[in-house]
Design a binder for this molecule. Structure first.
Ligand code: GTP
Ligand code: MG
Length: 215
């Protein structure tokens, strides 16, 4: 897959990083894998370096890390995915093919109730957030807060960083709210629950999202 970079934000993912990099190398030999780590206290960073992928360090915040990764990625097509195996790597091929004729491709979760430990509370928050977020967008999409998406570098270059809430979690929303005439495709997939390591989601991120609605 010529011209593809895969950006993986990480915070204390030592239990997952080896497996995800192994799978990506096996499926997509030769693509650029860029791990953007916010000062993990475990062995995430050492492991990624040992496995030969590019690693950059950044400050706290998922949006900050992803934005940094998008800017630093070397290729014109970029896919962003979590480290914790909730996003099926097999889908990247279709995302890459779709990016050839679109600006943004969203891997859209269709079983949003699969929230593991947070279960019902998080499901409700997610539903309400999704409903509200869509009202702040000029583009029509089903899952504007997916963490699994692809984007072309030329769109990244048009992003206004000042409108990001960098400590926040919903980087795709921070991007989409800035555009109206871009070509977006969505591909449905089944969201998995996190099997190893701990979630970093907390209610501070909900506050960040409200801030982002207004910025
Ligand atoms: N660089 C960086 N990565 C982060 C930060 N917060 C979370 N991440 C990573 O972003 C991805 C998504 O975080 P998760 O904690 O899995 O969030 P989630 O998928 O909404 O929550 P779960 O469903 O419980 O796993 C994972 O790869 C995390 O390691 C951060 O502050 N900096
Ligand atoms: Mg996760």
């Amino acid at each position: 897959m010529k011209g593809l970079s895969i950006v993986i934000p990480t915070l204390n993912e030592e239990e997952n990083i080896k497996e995800i990099i192994g799978i990506l190398n096996r499926l997509y030999n030769g693509v650029e894998i860029l791990v953007v780590d916010s000062d993990s206290k475990d062995k995430t960073r050492e492991t990624a370096i040992r496995l030969g992928v590019r690693v950059i360090g950044t400050g706290k915040g998922l949006c900050r890390a992803v934005l940094e990764g998008l800017k630093m990625a070397k290729n014109d097509f970029i896919v962003v995915m979590d480290a914790d195996l909730q996003h099926p790597p097999e889908l990247i091929k279709e995302m890459y093919e779709t990016l050839k004729y679109s600006d943004v491709v969203i891997a859209t979760r269709f079983n949003r109730e699969d929230y593991g430990d947070f279960s019902f509370k998080r499901y409700l928050i997610s539903k309400a957030a999704n409903f509200t977020a869509r009202r702040f967008l000029k583009v029509k999409v089903k899952d504007p807060m997916s963490g699994f998406f692809g984007i072309r570098k030329e769109i990244v270059n048009k992003i206004n960083e000042g409108r990001f809430v960098k400590e926040g979690y919903k980087v795709l929303f921070d991007i989409l709210k800035q555009f109206k005439d871009i070509k977006i495709k969505e591909i449905k997939y089944k969201f998995q629950i996190r099997k190893k390591g701990k979630s970093k989601f907390n209610f501070k991120h909900v506050k960040c999202l409200i801030k982002s609605f207004l910025r």
